[in-house]
Ligand binder design. Structure first.
Ligand code: SF4
Ligand code: SF4
Length: 714
């Protein structure tokens, strides 16, 4: 029988308090054990967790999928689903034992003194009610505000979370807002009663970096104003570095390391923390430098826990003793809040981030020797449905300009990354190349052949040569079909191998994505997220394509899985010479994988060049803002703060001039709104469109630098 791990010693108080924080605990969790019961098995999801969050403090709870971090949050809110049960432990809010409260007492605390922001705003907001009504309900239930006062409070909150036109947003339904706007509504709702404890469960996952940066600024401001304690649950270490004071790292239901962010990120003690920090692509690392560090293997089976260290099966530092010795928490250094659960942490070499500095005069420049795809003056407009008013008045039709006059060239065997916020047109561009939708105007020329708009109208062989990998592998995998059948489909469709050879080819393809051939018999529900994405990649490569459009294929994956898939994409590209059009909002991933980067805003191209050209000055002001918003977990790197404040223009019937003008922190003047920006060419392939004089662009400082240096991180 496995012994329960020793609980985390309860930190008496943080010796280095966060500015504005006190040593007064708001949330105290002791010896928490949570199990789920399914198919006659007990899954011990959380074991022996201790956490303390003080007033005015932000504690990050970090871990990958399956680590148990969200279970801790739901249990604290007394909201575990029917299969989950809190088996043991105590949860105190100030002095109040939350587990002893009845439903009515609990409801009076939740929403007013304790609030939670969920990862998916669509499940937290009621689609049938207007935004204003939903926030007003929280205000009415927990305060004595009159109807008018509640409405005014809601308008103030919407304004506080920087939603443009609060009165308009008040009247809208959730589906009329973007994901980032919905998330701000949830934050407004959470702060409606100035809660003393705020639990945030992956509140920025899936948002653009600019929106994420804005939301984090906002929560920091609200925390400062109201002195709330925040438990911030995330798998994003960059966000933790930027936003949190203390961090607890969870793995497979246990806290394996806890301490001040400043110490954990500069001197991580646990091999898992060290691996997590080094498997994130760095802005100074390219696929040409080396492969990424991935954490091989899978989480242990929580229904049949291994003896000894829970991380042993995946740990590079493992020794025999690790597998048969119970591992307790050890204090790290003199700080009463820092602990690690590892037998060998004292023997580890000093931790260092793998810095790759480059000679700026010997930067990589793109050489397009063998053109595969030319995109010329591409436009994709959607006509909006005409309303009654337009019919009556005969008003002109309205169009969304999703992609507007885009020119790009992609070379054989290279990766062209398309980056930008949601709505910039990057996904529309990718779907048009694959033929999932047709263009309004312009040309797509693939190996000298003009591509027809819709895939159905293309020759089968042209369809075969351009494939797509979606963000969500479930879009590719039919739950009724085995992995083998899924991969066999393109072999059949395009007649690539004989029926007799198909089994071997499926096995080869599975091996090429580092899955055993036996996976051919499995069904999607038996696979992890990373395994599903590998199968989707194998299916795309089964067609032996020359170009794969990768539409955010990593954004739903944990960082360790993401590193393994990135390595896989690089290896497959080397052997097959397949080109990728890689659509992403993650600039670190783009930096690592791409040969060229195109930055798009509201359907237009702002800048294009190699990552070494685009990620250093001169920048387009939009690129500069995107870079500034990246969350970087390396304390030896510093960033300028550039925030985009103005309203995002409507993509319908856009006016002339620079589309970024309403948000541009470097706007030159009225010319930006009047005239389309001119093209500047720096070097052979680096182009950007802006009214800033060339000499001023050339004087820009790097927005991401090594601390204390002027050198750009690239
Ligand atoms: S106890 Fe052993 S296996 Fe576990 S993390 Fe430490 S070195 Fe690795
Ligand atoms: S053209 Fe003007 S508004 Fe547009 S990016 Fe340049 S400075 Fe900013």
């Amino acid at each position: 029988m496995n012994k329960a791990p020793s609980p985390t010693p309860a930190p008496a108080s943080a010796s280095v308090l966060e500015a504005g924080a006190t040593d007064r605990p708001v949330l105290t969790i002791r010896d928490m054990h949570i199990s789920y019961f399914a198919r006659g098995q007990e899954i011990k999801a959380v074991r022996g967790i201790n956490l303390t969050v003080n007033a005015g403090e932000t504690l990050a709870l970090v871990g990958e999928s399956g680590s148990g971090k969200s279970s801790v949050a739901f249990s604290t809110m007394r909201g575990l689903d029917a299969a989950g049960r809190l088996m043991h432990g105590s949860i105190h809010f100030h002095e109040t034992d939350l587990l002893s409260l009845g439903p009515r007492e609990l409801r009076s605390i939740q929403g007013s003194r304790i609030a939670m922001v969920y990862q998916d705003p669509q499940t937290a907001l009621n689609p049938a009610f207007r935004i204003g009504e939903q926030i007003a309900e929280v205000v009415n239930e927990h305060t004595a505000a009159s109807g008018w006062q509640a409405r005014q409070r809601v308008l103030d909150l919407l304004d506080e979370v920087n939603l443009p036109d609060p009165a308009g947003v008040y009247l809208r339904y959730p589906h009329e807002l973007s994901g980032g706007q919905q998330q701000r509504v949830l934050i407004a709702m959470a702060f409606a009663c100035n809660p003393e404890l705020l639990i945030m469960d992956e509140p920025t996952t899936g948002l653009d970096v600019t929106t994420e940066a804005h939301i984090l600024d906002l929560v920091a401001k609200l925390k400062k104003t109201h002195g709330s304690a925040i438990l911030y649950i995330t798998h994003n270490l960059g966000v933790v570095a930027r936003f949190c004071h203390r961090v607890a790292v969870m793995y497979a239901g246990e806290i394996v390391e806890e301490g001040l962010v400043s110490r954990v990120f500069s001197k991580p003690a646990h091999p898992y923390t060290r691996s997590l920090l080094t498997c994130i692509p760095r802005l100074d690392l390219s696929k040409r430098d080396r492969a990424l560090n991935a954490i091989e293997g899978r989480l242990p089976n929580l229904a049949d826990l291994p003896g000894g260290c829970i991380f042993a099966a995946r740990c590079n530092e493992r020794q025999d003793a690790c597998e048969n010795t119970s591992v307790t928490l050890d204090p790290v250094g003199d700080d009463a809040t820092d602990f690690v659960r590892c037998l060998r942490w004292r023997e580890m070499p000093e931790f260092q981030f793998d810095r790759h500095t480059r000679d700026v005069n010997a930067m990589h420049t793109a050489t397009i020797l063998d053109t595969l795809l030319e995109i010329e003056n591409l436009r994709c407009y959607y006509q909006l449905r005409r309303g009654i008013k337009e019919f009556v008045t005969g008003g002109a039709a309205k169009y969304v300009h999703a992609v507007d006059d885009v020119d790009l060239v992609l070379a054989r065997g290279q990766t062209l990354a398309i980056v930008g916020e949601s709505g910039c047109g990057k996904t529309t561009l990718g779907r048009t190349v694959v033929g999932l939708q047709s263009a309004t105007a312009g040309d797509l020329v693939f190996e000298g052949n003009q591509l027809a708009g819709i895939a159905r109208a293309r020759e089968p062989d042209l369809r075969r040569r351009i494939q797509i990998i979606f963000q969500n592998p479930d879009a590719t995998l039919n739950p009724q079909k085995s992995v083998g059948e899924t991969i066999r489909r393109p072999l059949d469709l395009f007649g690539l191998v004989s029926a007799a050879e198909q089994k071997n080819r499926v096995a080869e393809l599975l091996q090429s994505v580092n899955l055993p051939p036996s996976f051919a018999q499995r069904y999607p529900h038996e696979l992890s997220g990373g395994e599903k994405q590998r199968v989707a990649i194998a299916r795309a490569f089964a067609a032996e394509p020359e170009l794969i459009v990768c539409d955010e294929p990593l954004s739903a994956l944990d960082v360790s899985v993401q590193a393994a898939i990135l390595n896989l994409l690089v290896d497959l590209q080397k052997t097959s010479k397949t080109a990728y059009m890689f659509i992403s909002h993650d600039l670190s991933v783009v930096r690592y994988l791409s040969d060229q980067v195109a930055v798009m805003y509201m359907g237009r191209l702002c800048e294009i060049g190699t990552p070494e050209e685009v990620f250093v000055p001169p920048y387009h002001p939009y690129t500069e803002a995107l870079l500034s918003a990246i969350s970087i977990p390396d304390p030896s790197i510093e960033q300028e703060i550039v925030r985009l404040e103005g309203p995002v223009p409507s993509p319908i019937n856009l006016a002339s001039g620079c589309r970024f003008a309403s948000r541009c922190p470097r706007k030159v003047g009225e010319i930006c709104e009047r005239e389309d920006p001119p093209l500047y060419q720096f070097g052979d392939n680096h182009r950007l469109y802006c009214h800033i004089p060339r000499e001023d662009l050339e004087k820009m400082r790097p927005v991401i630098r090594y601390a204390g240096e002027e050198m750009a991180v690239v």
